[in-house]
Design a protein around this ligand. Sequence first.
Ligand SMILES: Cc1cc2nc3c(=O)[nH]c(=O)nc-3n(C[C@H](O)[C@H](O)[C@H](O)COP(=O)(O)OP(=O)(O)OC[C@H]3O[C@@H](n4cnc5c(N)ncnc54)[C@H](O)[C@@H]3O)c2cc1C
Ligand SMILES: NC(=O)c1ccc[n+]([C@@H]2O[C@H](COP(=O)([O-])OP(=O)(O)OC[C@H]3O[C@@H](n4cnc5c(N)ncnc54)[C@H](O)[C@@H]3O)[C@@H](O)[C@H]2O)c1
Length: 477
Amino acid sequence: MPHTQQPQTQELTVDVVVIGGGAVGENAAQYTIEGTDLTAVIVEGHLLGGECSYYACMPSKALLRPLDVAGTSADVDGVSPARLDHGGMLERRDSFVSNYDDSSQVEWAESAGIQVVRGHARLVGERTVRVDDSAALTITARHSVIIATGSEPKIPAEFEGAEPWTSADATGVVEIPERLAIVGGGVVACEAATWLSGLGSHVTLLVRGSGLLSDNEPFAGQTVLDGMKAHGVDAVFNASVTSCTRENPEPTGLGKIHGGAVQLKTSAGDFEVDEVLVATGRAPRLSDLGLDAVSVTSDQVLGDNLPDWLHAVGDASGDVPLTHWGKYRARVVGAKIRATATGAPEPFPVEGPPVPQVIFTEPQVAQVGLTEAAARDQGIEAVTAEVPYNSTAGAALLRNDVPGRAKIVVDRSTRRLVGATFVGPEAGEQLHAATIAITGQIPVHVLRHAVPSYPTVSEMWLRLLEEVPEEFRRPAD
Ligand SMILES: Cc1cc2nc3c(=O)[nH]c(=O)nc-3n(C[C@H](O)[C@H](O)[C@H](O)COP(=O)(O)OP(=O)(O)OC[C@H]3O[C@@H](n4cnc5c(N)ncnc54)[C@H](O)[C@@H]3O)c2cc1C
Ligand SMILES: NC(=O)c1ccc[n+]([C@@H]2O[C@H](COP(=O)([O-])OP(=O)(O)OC[C@H]3O[C@@H](n4cnc5c(N)ncnc54)[C@H](O)[C@@H]3O)[C@@H](O)[C@H]2O)c1
């Protein structure tokens, strides 16, 4: 009688198990063990380095930078406009994603003393994780298990069966669709519209709301929209997709066109395109993780209401889904676990540091802390100052045409900055000064003594602070 050979089961005990080896999981493991004898394992089901390295931040920014350089070369007198090389752009992307090979990340992890285990991990009991790969492995954590499983795209039901593109296809683009619809008006939609129209697609944005980038100051979405229109992108607002069908939908592979023509019915009319990219947000990846086995619900993970041996970081935790923010939180969690496990003092906490974000559109949108609307929603008496991005000699030197604006939001009661937005060429490089001012809780009368160099774009800070009411030039009584 034939018999099935049982897979070999192995066992391993370490101090900390991290499920998910994205940038955030890597940081959590590194900060938990560094400078100690603690041991850590990262279990990764796909590529060590996660979404950011292979399917999100790095490939998208690798594709966007040549457009920025070409745009600048076309807008500075005395320079001949640079010609885009579409094949070269894709090669640059391939190089930034290491051709989807994670061996250098594995080398880094091992050099940091972190063991990497391949396979899908599930919780099977308190402090216990089972990894299913070619052979089953059970790992026991002496101290903690950290969930760092990231997030996955939300695909509305209308697109089921139509094999739409997700952002991974857009960053991994191989076949450039002649006509592309992008559903959504958020960050992925705006950045992807920029690089895919730059690669030659005719892009139509189908936006459910009435503007782009609705979480930002209103002038951000408007300036980005103006920039996109100048590059031939069409945007249709108040357009809800009611059905999506296509001939011969097929999972042809990453970045390839997934079948025949796509028919989209929307509340703002019908559209036929060669591909549709669904960019309608992301959700924490918490299914198939064995939460039931340890009597924990997704809500508990998202509410940070977990047993003391279990932690969640990064996109999986429901916190702001940005790489640098997830990594920051992972460093904090890692340092806490290290302190508990070794008896070392916990690092000094800082109250409520602000979240910065740069959106790499043309022009860029850079925002930190609260918008004016968010500050008012929180009951803050917000005083604002706003100037055009081209208000300095440095900005005039940057390009011939400098669109955009800058705005700061000040809390009247503390006289400190609570938010700042810069929209304009290379705006991302303006942001960190604002992040430092908010984190350092510097009152605006002190900020006036931080002198920006002439002739740089950062002289915009002088203009902004001059726009703040006169009474803010002294400490509060
Ligand atoms: C197109 C796009 C562009 C972006 N650009 C930026 C940007 O410019 N700047 C920025 O700050 N943020 C950006 N983001 C957001 C950023 O990518 C995420 O915030 C970041 O990747 C989250 O990191 P993470 O480690 O939490 O999750 P991930 O990077 O998703 O890593 C999670 C890892 O866990 C693994 N995994 C999941 N479940 C299991 C399991 N059960 N067992 C084993 N392994 C498992 C996955 O394979 C994956 O490798 C972008 C996002 C998108 C979609
Ligand atoms: N440069 C960066 O920092 C960067 C770049 C890309 C992505 N990200 C992060 O990744 C996350 C995901 O980005 P995203 O753009 O997918 O999400 P998002 O939340 O920024 O935008 C989602 C968009 O889809 C719309 N939408 C939601 N459901 C819809 C539906 N059923 N039908 C039609 N429209 C719908 C929303 O109104 C919104 O315009 C974001 O939090 C973002 O910050 C960051």
